[in-house]
Design a protein around this ligand. Sequence first.
Ligand code: FE2
Length: 298
Amino acid sequence: MAGRTVERVIESVATSDGAGVKLRRSVGSSQFLRHDPFLMLDEFYSDNPDDYIAGFPSHPHRGFETVTYMLDGHMRHEDSVGNRGDLGPGDVQWMSAARGIIHSEMPQQTEGRMRGFQLWINLPATEKMKDPGYRDIPSEQIPGISLDDGGEVRVIAGTLSQRSGDVKGAVTSLTTDPLYLDVRLPPNTSVELPIKPGYNAFVYLYDGDAVVGEDRQPLKRRTAGLLCDGSELRVETENSEARFLLLAGKPLSEPVAQYGPFVMNTREEIEQAVQDYQNGSLTLTAEQAQRLKVFPPS
Ligand code: FE2
């Protein structure tokens, strides 16, 4: 199968979330700009503490997974399940909100650079109400590959097939089978990265310039390029280094109903999520909720 090309460019837009953290949103900046199973990609990047210091105080999620990848800075996570974790440069936090989690993500610095990404990956209908899961992945547990001409690839999730063998990422075996790579390419070099045919994929260029795909589409910094189908992706650099994320995943092809931090399949399920959050049962199992008689008798 042929190499992939860019079929749609999504420029990131400035927005804010949490208690006013400034960020750039590309995929998911509108409901028409999701890329199944990817619901959203945010980049936060600032040297100004006013842009991030308020953080993301306690807030709920249901129905999907959040993946936070830090490049610079330090954040602390605490949640309703009792997890607590520190995220530093190069670390990843993979949280499956599933049935429900209430968490906070707060900066642990009052100055300096804060930089990283948050990705939302959808869960299939059959897994939206499973128990929540949480994993902190320290930087040193993320496999890195050195490219022949000086670049490197970090394999956060999925498996990267290389001539020298397969490199398994830190996270594998999810239903959507996500591939999550962070790639650095020196000037005047290129790389070919295999992507499973049939998977939805996109590139997010976060530093420098790059020429992406078989038709050599130039991509600007802080821009996502959604890719058409194919078995691999070629990325080239010219005069500057490029740093980009490559994401690919198995599409779920299910209806998406979203209300802020709740992503379900139907409007009724969203109404249930809001009601559960309001009456304090969002994070309880059905059995716990019954025992506490939180649900009205049906
Ligand atoms: Fe969150």
